[in-house]
Design a binder for this molecule. Sequence first.
Ligand SMILES: Cc1cc2nc3c(=O)[nH]c(=O)nc-3n(C[C@H](O)[C@H](O)[C@H](O)COP(=O)(O)OP(=O)(O)OC[C@H]3O[C@@H](n4cnc5c(N)ncnc54)[C@H](O)[C@@H]3O)c2cc1C
Length: 400
Amino acid sequence: MDLSSGLPFWLIKNGLPFDYQSLQKDAHADVIILGGGISGALAAWHLAVAGVSCMVIDRRTIGLGSTCASTALLQYEIDTPLHELQNKVGLQNAVKAYKLCSEAIDSLTAIAKKIKFTDFEKLDSLYYAAGNRDVPFIEREYAIRAQHGFEVSLLDEGLLNQYAGITAPAAILSQQGAQTNAYMFAHSLLQAAMKKGVAVYDRSAVQKIVHHKSGVKLTTEKGFTLTGKMLVYANGYEAVNYINQKIVDLHSTYALCSEQGNADDAPFQNKFVLWNTADPYLYMRTTSDHRILVGGRDEKFYNPTRRDKLLPKKTSQLSRDFKKLYPDMDFKEEFSWCGTFGATKDGLPYIGNYKKLPNSFFALGFGGNGITFSLIAAEILKDTIMGKKNNSYDLFSFDR
Ligand SMILES: Cc1cc2nc3c(=O)[nH]c(=O)nc-3n(C[C@H](O)[C@H](O)[C@H](O)COP(=O)(O)OP(=O)(O)OC[C@H]3O[C@@H](n4cnc5c(N)ncnc54)[C@H](O)[C@@H]3O)c2cc1C
């Protein structure tokens, strides 16, 4: 499947920062990670730090799956609001999922620091009502988050305008948020993992996978075999091909990036990521080189051709969405792109063993919070391999 098209900003900005080899011989490691995007990279880094023998294999050039298309806002706020998530998974689990995502932002911040990856910034997250009728929704969401210890403030129209320079009736301001560059983060993690002995192969498609009681055997399109004790499926939306149950609805999503300089304008000096209550929601952030990224306008996904055909129209719409919010800003888009992403029934990811495939571990961070979910998956994976019980395992399991 073609996961993205157009001109993803990070690919333009960072190009091909590192080269990796394709697989040219049979190989063995205790853990094989299928996929070298941000999920595979976080998994590899965690295992490398724990001293576990592992290798990464990807059919594409590293990062060219969904990861290069990601706008990479890091939020603890799951696509399903907390006050709705409690009805789907129970209050305790809903609060736990939000707390785990919040902790994931702190963990990602610490990892970025540890590997000296600098395109990572902690900031606020602002969630605003797209219209007057969404004000009760915002109030309900604020109340449940405040009640459960999240650091949030409720902003009325005046305070919101003062803080973010937009006109909307209400918003929740959270202290916990971040933004990064998922493409370079994945490369940096893999580079750090390689220094600890992890082998990373790209341009090597795995065609056949056999799971048996004591391990796994993978065969590539060139006929080389990889053997291991466990296979980590960090292969993004293509993982659905290996699962015999419907776990995800696919959507097409669109993003654009402005020319440099827009993020220097006054409203953005407060440093926040922004999203709203519309369905599909509109979101935006700044970049370290002073651009503004705007995303949203999602559609049901049918095929890449249909998704890509809509790109010019969606780019104009997103540009208009931005100008409506900031009418006085001289905003000009420079790059735009689209991608496919998946939404689950409750907004939570699927992480852990899929019983029909012995010795499998799935790290499927579906949804708008894909990256925080990838971090949670890597932590659960590490605990599982080290034989340590992880209290979050059941929350994201296939059996939930
Ligand atoms: C436009 C857009 C905006 C987004 N914005 C955000 C955001 O703001 N915040 C956020 O948290 N998330 C966001 N997401 C989601 C996030 O980008 C994804 O959750 C994340 O990139 C998924 O990473 P991954 O490593 O799981 O998958 P991928 O990056 O797709 O990596 C999987 C890899 O597996 C490889 N693979 C698959 N099958 C095989 C095989 N048979 N053999 C070998 N290799 C294989 C693929 O080649 C691929 O490189 C966004 C997504 C899109 C498309």
